[in-house]
Design a protein. Structure first.
Length: 85
């Protein structure tokens, strides 16, 4: 569960398509854990730029968007739903 959340947090720095590629690559290498995904992501990141950080200084009402606490109960529900697969 912790590693899943770590992978989700990578979305703060990398575009979703790059993370998806890294996850698929890590699975194909047999290292489907956070460190494996991160390694693949860094390798892929050498070939593509990171997603730029948004400058929200002129939009202070948006500063807290995306900084809300994570509701990990949703991930527990997913794990329970697919545990039998």
């Amino acid at each position: 569960m912790k590693e899943f959340v770590q992978v989700l947090r990578l979305h703060q720095q990398y575009p979703a398509r790059l993370i998806e590629q890294a996850v698929e690559q890590a699975i194909s290498y047999g290292c489907a854990h956070f460190d494996g995904v991160k390694h693949c992501l860094e390798h892929l990141g050498e070939q593509a730029d990171r997603a730029p950080l948004l400058d929200l200084t002129d939009k202070p009402h948006l500063a807290l968007v995306g900084n809300q606490p994570l509701d990990l109960g949703r991930y527990d529900q997913l794990i329970e739903r697919y545990a039998h697969l």
